[in-house]
Design a protein around this ligand. Structure first.
Ligand code: ADP
Length: 839
């Protein structure tokens, strides 16, 4: 180490503080990385690994990126799962070693640079603390200032926390050592670097940031600890970020329609299953926002539909209001299209790093908002605004108009500040004097080609051709000799030059001060700007939903109190919008007292899955506060939606998909309530026919007989045997997707009709799928042989069961379903399965 240069020692000292991060070390115009950091980064970023001598005989592996391009490289390091510490030069470079300091540690949840953020989604950092069997969860978006926390106690805490994490969708989660929580795939996991503060200290720590709102939020101890842990982490990594938080609120889970991760994925709420992108998902269809904060709000609404009737009706009211006035809607949307990301601008104002061009945009946004507010007021004609009053923040807007140079040539405009104007005038006068000097000197000296010029090294100079050297006056001081010319200065020129320089410096300093003061004034008024941003977001979401409703003829859902569900001519919102063929609308009716279990049979590709999802999506959209794709919709408020799709045999993955299917099913059976909606698609498919039918049947019986559950259930299946259940169970009804046959071909009508379907049409579908004619013809032969051998009623899958009732069925019937835990049920299934395998 003795050979190491001072620079190397400085590097090592800083690196020691950030052993787990890739350290970007500013050296002149580059951020350099050394040693292992360099090796890792050169690989991740695909940049050349070189080396540099830092001290005698010490060559260190190194790679670097231009400092101005760091924004392009940092996200790639984050994506590869690394933490990045940015070390900048503090103070001005002089002769000695420049001071350097880590100014930010960047992790996926603490990113603030626009280039690393998606405008249409929040970037949440979550923190979880586990104390005495309970959990505190806090989450924050440093780019918008949102901070919330909640407490979990009681049964299945881990499962509930995980479900909440999928709802929030953080990019980074802070966990304590040895945590039991498994965050969703792709989420960056960090460990909290300071121990969880004790609850009094935690309360103080949160209060220091958000003031008295911490008491008002009524948070539990664990929630407070989680919030304190999160804020601690931010403080260590990026202290400025703390300024964006002005309040904390309690996130309440019971206020939301519960959707588990599988259901979100299956319903393609925010991602299509095709490529995981937003296109093709419900969000992709519904996000017709015009502003980034509106886009984020729509995403949050679809992630967290409500259960509070009054709150849902309020959202629907604002859609109704805009849906009825196409002119107003288009004025609002056009105006909002020119409003920038107010929320993130406010956060930057609070952090103190708002840029001048950004404030100019803010000024323009506010004048747009003013125009929108005027249009809205006119349309309301004194009535109350359904999404709250849109405050154009006139005083702030005035201040910005007065202060900022609209052309962006300077920052502060003329007339705002006398000192600044004076300094600029002084600089201007001195420049004018210099500008006139050339003409004066030409006359005075008689040198026609005399020029006054400027360069960065020498400043202002007077230049004459070599041939005119003899005509140069005595007070010209020579400075530089070029091939054909000579350069001079005069004491007076130097005097004016220094006038320009000092005046410029004074003006620059003054301007920077004024700008900082302006940002500070705005920060002082940021609550008001925040409120405007939030109202604009609600207005944007309402306008987007009503535009969609008008465009695609959606209707306002009505909510029933007696459990009645009656959708007339419902459509699948995404399939309807994306497929070129006409979408066939279908009813779904499960009125109070009527059957609440629909068994839906029909050939593959008839439209069963589409129908199931369409019912679930209509419920979800309604509770998110949107109109729905139907001719009319009367819906109960649903507390939980469960969807499960029977696994296909998946040998490649090596794990028992059937086991997964059954575990998921057991969680539904233990969690469903009479207010839940259960949508099951081909459950039981993942195992042999016997097992599959047995399980499918027993699940339906369970849902039918259980006094507590009685959830609305739609069960799509190709097991025709299930249709016999309706004969025995009064609250089960059969439906099928009708098909027509024409000239030996199947035509899918996609129409759901009452009753059971009687044929599987498997061979027709196989033909449609392009199976060679020889194969399908042979299949037809085999089918008719089977039919001849077994009697005509036997083409269905159940026909393969032995004529006597299987002992397993007896056992299933003998079970007391009230009394059995999901785990016991699973064990039973295994028992039966091995019994069946023997037979
Ligand atoms: P299943 O679950 O019965 O196998 P799907 O629900 O997957 O069938 O539907 C198959 C295809 O049929 C869908 O991809 C869609 O293109 C079309 N489809 C389904 N329902 C309808 C409908 N109601 N109207 C028009 N086309 C439909």
């Amino acid at each position: 180490m003795t050979n190491a240069s001072p620079l190397r020692r400085q590097y090592l000292d800083i690196k020691r503080l950030h052993p787990d991060a890739i350290l970007l070390f500013r050296l002149g115009d580059f951020y350099e990385m050394f040693n292992d950091d360099a090796r890792t980064a050169s690989e991740v970023l695909q940049i050349v690994l070189t080396s540099r001598e830092l001290g005698k005989g010490v060559r260190i592996p190194m790679c670097g990126v231009p400092f101005h391009a760091a924004e392009n490289y940092i996200p790639r390091l984050l994506d590869a799962g690394h933490k990045v510490a940015v070390c900048d030069q503090i103070g001005t470079p002089g002769s000695g070693l420049v001071d350097r300091q880590v100014t930010r540690v960047i992790t996926p949840g603490t990113v603030i640079d626009d280039s690393m953020l998606m405008p249409d989604r929040n970037n949440y950092l979550a923190a979880i603390v586990e104390i005495d069997g309970g959990c505190g969860l806090a989450f924050a978006d440093v780019t918008t200032g949102e901070l919330a926390a909640l407490d979990f106690t009681g049964a299945s805490v881990v499962e509930r926390v995980q479900r909440e994490l999928t709802r929030i969708g953080p990019t980074e989660v802070l966990l304590g050592e040895g945590s039991q929580i498994r965050p969703p795939d792709g989420v960056h996991v960090s460990t909290a670097d300071r121990p969880i503060p004790a609850s009094d200290d935690a309360h103080e720590a949160v209060k220091r940031v958000v003031g008295p709102s911490v008491t008002a939020a009524g948070l539990g101890d664990r929630a407070i600890c989680a919030a304190a842990t999160l804020l601690n982490y931010l403080e260590t990594n990026h202290a400025e970020a703390l300024h964006v938080f002005t309040t904390i609120h309690a996130a309440a889970i019971g206020d939301q329609l519960e959707l588990d991760e599988f259901t979100r994925r299956n319903l393609e709420v925010d991602r299509s299953s095709f490529d995981g992108g937003k296109d093709g998902s419900l969000l992709g269809l519904m996000d017709r926002s015009k502003t980034p904060m509106g886009a984020r709000l729509i995403r949050r609404r679809l992630q967290s539909p409500l259960v509070d009737r009054a709150a849902i009706e309020r959202r629907l009211d604002s859609i109704a209001w805009l849906a009825g006035d196409a002119r107003l809607r288009s004025t609002v949307r056009e105006g909002l299209g020119k409003v920038g990301d107010l929320e993130r601008t406010v956060a930057r104002i609070r952090r103190g790093n708002a840029r001048p061009d950004e404030l100019l945009r803010l000024a323009r946004s506010l004048s747009r908002i003013e125009a929108i507010a005027r249009a809205v007021d006119g349309a309301l004609d004194g009535a109350e605004a359904p999404m709250g009053v849109l405050d154009p923040c006139a005083e702030i807007s005035d201040l910005l108009q007065r202060a900022l140079d609209p052309d962006g040539e300077t920052i502060i405009r003329l007339g705002y500040d006398r000192d600044l104007d004076e300094a600029r005038a002084a600089s201007g006068a001195a420049k004018d004097w210099i500008a006139d000097l050339q003409a004066r000197l030409r006359t005075q000296t008689g040198i026609k080609a005399l020029k006054v010029g400027y360069n960065r090294v020498f400043g202002y100079y007077i230049e004459v051709g070599k041939s005119s050297a003899s005509s140069v006056p005595d007070d010209f001081e020579p400075r530089q000799t070029l091939t054909n010319s000579l350069r001079y200065v005069t004491p007076q020129l130097k005097e004016y030059e220094s006038k320009v320089l000092t005046a410029n410096e004074r003006a620059d300093e003054r301007e920077a001060r004024l700008f900082a003061e302006l940002v500070q004034k705005l920060a002082g008024n940021s609550e008001r700007l925040s409120a405007t941003a939030a109202t604009a977001a609600r207005l944007d979401a309402a306008a987007a939903f009503s535009e969609l409703a008008a465009d695609r003829s959606y209707v306002r859902p009505e909510f029933t109190t007696d459990g009645e569900l009656d959708i007339r001519d419902g459509r699948h919102p995404v399939v309807e919008a994306t497929q070129p063929e006409r979408f066939v609308p279908n009813d779904a009716r499960m009125a109070a007292g009527d059957p609440h279990i629909m068994i839906l049979t029909g050939p593959n590709m008839a439209g069963k899955s589409t129908f199931l999802r369409q019912v679930a999506l209509i419920a979800l959209m309604a509770q998110a506060g949107s109109y729905v794709p139907a001719a009319s919709a009367r819906l109960p408020i649903i507390d939980r939606i469960f969807t499960r799709v029977g696994a296909r045999d998946d040998l490649a993955s090596g794990r028992s998909t059937f086991l997964v299917e059954m575990t998921e099913l057991s969680s539904i059976l233990s969690r469903a309530t009479p207010d839940s909606l259960i949508v099951l698609d081909e459950i039981g498919r993942g195992t042999s026919t016997y097992d599959g039918v047995s399980i499918a049947k027993s699940v339906v019986e369970f849902l039918h007989n259980h006094p507590r559950i009685r959830a609305k259930t739609i069960f799509a299946t190709h097991y025709h045997e299930l249709t016999t259940l309706a004969e025995r169970l009064p609250r089960v009804a059969n439906y099928n997707v009708s098909v027509a046959e024409q000239g030996g071909k199947v035509i899918f009508l996609h129409k759901i009709v009452p009753g059971a379907s009687d044929r599987s049409y498997g061979i027709h579908v196989a033909r449609l799928a392009g199976l060679p004619d020889a194969v399908t013809r042979r299949a037809e032969e085999i089918l008719s042989q089977l039919e001849a051998e077994n009697g005509r009623q036997l083409p269905s899958q159940m026909s393969l069961l032995p004529p006597d009732r299987h002992p397993v069925l007896e056992q299933i019937e003998a079970l007391d379903l009230e009394d059995i835990s999901p785990l016991e049920a699973l064990n039973k299934l295994y028992e039966w399965r091995s019994e069946l395998d023997k037979t």
